[in-house]
Design a protein. Structure first.
Length: 161
């Protein structure tokens, strides 16, 4: 599996001995955010709080999952994604010698990352964002862009292809 190649848009914000929050999802987006956050935290001595957000199920998903084995499968799939997010943290943060902790929450990703940043007294929030063409970027609702608008602290977006 090829790891995403993050592109940092600006130099790190100088976190000092503070804390940064990074959104992890067990996929290329989370790995891109981890790469940038780990490098910045390593340079500045910041601690990292890695947050995996389990989205709440929609009414339609809940209805569909009431059909027998699907419910067990969906729970197992969500656990696998959470485990992958944790493993990504181990691989990306431990190699940089960064102090970190992992937390998993359920809810809206933007709200959860903002709350985690506020609760940890973070100086920045990191999230991954896929490079898209102008039309796709306009049509796709991107939580990373919403986070940039809602975050109480600086937001660093790690771009990946």
């Amino acid at each position: 599996m090829a790891l995403p190649q993050p592109r940092t848009p600006r130099p790190h914000p100088g976190h000092g001995d503070g804390t940064v929050v990074v959104g992890v999802d067990g996929g290329p987006s989370g790995r891109a955010a981890l790469d940038v956050a780990a490098a910045d935290a390593s340079d500045t001595g910041a601690d990292v709080v890695a947050v995996h957000v389990r989205r709440r199920m929609t009414t339609g998903e809940c209805f569909a999952l009431t059909a027998g084995m699907l419910c067990a499968y969906a729970g197992e799939w969500r656990d696998d994604v959470e485990l992958q997010a944790w493993l990504d943290c181990v691989q990306h943060l431990e190699t940089h010698g960064v102090r970190w902790r992992f937390q998993a929450v359920t809810g809206d990703p933007v709200r959860a990352l903002c709350q985690a940043a506020d609760g940890a007294g973070a100086t920045a929030v990191y999230a991954g964002i896929r490079e898209r063409g102008p039309l796709a970027a306009h049509l796709h609702r991107c939580p990373a862009r919403d986070l940039q608008q809602a975050s109480p602290v600086q937001t660093r977006l790690a771009h990946y292809i």
